[in-house]
Design a binder for this molecule. Structure first.
Ligand code: CO
Length: 209
């Protein structure tokens, strides 16, 4: 059996490098975390949260799943969101999609991928709900990029329609929910300008009173 010795070696080298630049780094971090950001991103190995925004351990709380989906019945994602907002008091929740997402492509195409198709159904719904936007574009690449962006804006709305975000706003807690897309081709993030930071931006049907 392979023991993944290479990973332990890399780990020791990394810990040494960090300690060399800041001898107290791990002791300080072990005492507490106080990240300002919750990153909800794709599981894709090419989209690592900390590295993309140049943040150190301790600076960003992270939830990742296939195609960065926020579903109101997903206990995992909701637990992360609730802990981040209520306990850690993060100021920003950032939903980050990425162009070239395999999950988005699988949802767009009509293949049979097994269990995961049930998860990707959430993305098919996004496409179905914006058919006219897709009809206006011919190219498959353009369709995939559009679906990637609409998926992000939909998941931003899903974060905002949770009781977690809305209760935070109602008690006066500072909280902004953002939607970004990352490009694998140049390593750059794009803001989709769909930030929500007040409960009155939530559609009435989804608002708690
Ligand atoms: Co992806």
């Amino acid at each position: 059996m392979t023991k993944l010795d290479n990973l332990f070696e890399k780990n020791r080298a990394w810990a040494n490098r960090v300690k060399t630049s800041d001898p107290d780094f791990f002791e300080k971090l072990a005492a507490q975390q106080s990240p300002e950001y919750l990153w909800i991103g794709c599981s894709d190995s090419r989209v690592p949260a900390n590295q993309i925004v140049g943040l150190l351990p301790g600076e960003v709380f992270v939830h990742r799943n296939v195609a960065n989906v926020v579903v109101h019945t997903d206990l995992n994602c909701l637990s992360v969101l609730q802990f981040a907002v209520d306990v850690l008091k993060v100021k920003h929740v950032i939903v980050v999609g990425h162009y070239g997402c395999g999950g988005i492509r699988a949802a767009y195409e009509h293949g049979d991928n097994g269990l995961i198709d049930n998860w990707l159904r959430n993305i098919k719904d996004v496409q179905y709900n914006h058919q006219e936007r897709f009809d206006a574009l011919q190219d498959k690449e353009e369709h995939l990029n559009l679906l990637c962006e609409l998926n992000v804006t939909t998941q931003v709305a899903n974060v905002c329609s949770t009781t977690i975000a809305q209760r935070a706003w109602k008690r006066g807690q500072e909280l902004s929910v953002h939607g970004w897309v990352y490009s694998l081709k140049d390593g750059l993030l794009k803001d989709l300008d769909c930030t929500v930071d007040r409960i009155d931006q939530v559609p009435d049907e989804y608002r708690i009173r």
